[in-house]
Design a binder for this molecule. Structure first.
Ligand code: UDP
Ligand code: MG
Length: 306
């Protein structure tokens, strides 16, 4: 019998546990021709999620948990889950059960047909319009700047075959962007649609600030195009400045007009100053990745694994 591990990253989800338990036990019951292991990753919860996990493990032998030493963020929590997952495939789900369990049999069906990465695409995101627009822009940018096909409207909800797990385990970077990495490793992919549910209990851990961080990280750990854009802009602006310089010299020497153009001067200085700051910022983003990765620290520490 094949074994499937469900990974559940958990950060302060006390209220979601009854629903989680009910849903997961339903999955195990409905798909009894597979061996199921439920691996909960406690990402440094400050409420009593850990206690709930321990209770679950005692009640039901399918459940296991990893207790991380602090809150590392969902990306690292999933990394830990991937490192510890056993079995022939994993399914990554949100612990708040916004991902419908009805999608799981379909994932398994395609997996049995030979697909390695069955990713679920949100069909109707109940998201505020600003989040919809910005996430669309983000996907488009990533898609246009990389040669790798990026899966649209896709989160972490997916089934990954052992092959993908082994590939991901070899990628030791600590500035992680799962979505990018899932695309990058390739393998046989299949998209299926699902209706994202509203969060029932607890509240979202994603602020706009965190989302912007995630997006910037995604871009700068996945493509070096922003650096290229900065260079191209630099070249274009230098060239235009050069033409303007010739024009000014010509004007001063031939027409004899000098000391004037304070507005032009200000605009030029401010514009170029802004451009330089942006370019420096972009370089800084990449530098910070280099900084983080050269430390070669492990991605996380665990306190307990059961
Ligand atoms: N999560 C986590 N660590 C964090 C933030 C979130 O493990 O630092 C987990 C959280 O418990 C949930 C999943 O990641 O299982 C998705 O989080 P959330 O529902 O807050 O995100 P949203 O669905 O609003 O995008
Ligand atoms: Mg959620």
């Amino acid at each position: 019998m094949k074994t499937i591990t469900i990974l559940l990253p958990i950060f302060n989800e006390t209220e979601s546990f009854p629903l989680l338990k009910e849903n997961i036990q339903q999955v195990i019951k409905d798909n009894s021709n597979y061996e199921w292991i439920i691996l909960m990753i406690n990402d440094g919860s400050t409420d009593n999620s850990l206690e709930k996990m321990k209770n679950l493990c005692q009640e039901d032998h399918h459940f296991h948990y990893i207790d991380l030493s602090r809150n590392y963020g969902k990306e690292i929590a999933i990394m830990a889950g991937i490192d510890y997952a056993v079995g022939d495939a994993i399914i990554i789900m949100d612990a708040d059960m916004q991902h419908p369990i009805e999608t799981i049999p379909e994932m398994i069906k395609y997996w049995e047909e030979g697909y390695d990465d069955i990713y679920a695409q949100r069909q109707n995101a109940h998201e505020p319009w600003l989040k919809t627009i910005t996430s669309k822009a983000y996907y488009n940018f990533l898609q246009k700047t990389t040669n790798i096909p990026i899966q649209k409207d896709t989160g972490d909800f997916r089934l990954l075959d052992r092959k993908c797990i082994e590939a991901l385990k070899e990628m030791k970077e600590t500035d992680r962007n799962n979505k990018g990495m899932f695309s990058w490793i390739g393998f046989k992919k299949k998209g299926i649609y699902y209706q994202q549910k509203q969060r029932q209990y607890g509240k979202t851990k994603w602020s706009y600030y965190k989302l912007i961080n995630l997006a910037l990280n995604g871009i700068t750990s996945f493509t070096t195009t922003p650096l290229r854009i900065a260079s191209i802009f630099g070249i274009i602006i230098s060239f235009m400045s050069f033409l303007y310089l010739i024009y000014i010299i010509f004007k001063t020497l031939i027409i004899g007009e000098s000391v004037q153009g304070y507005p032009t001067l200000m605009v030029t200085i401010l514009f170029l100053g802004g451009m330089q700051l942006i370019a420096l910022g972009i370089i800084g983003e990449y530098l910070s990745h280099i900084f983080n990765e050269t430390k070669r620290r492990p991605g996380y520490f665990i306190r307990e694994y059961k």
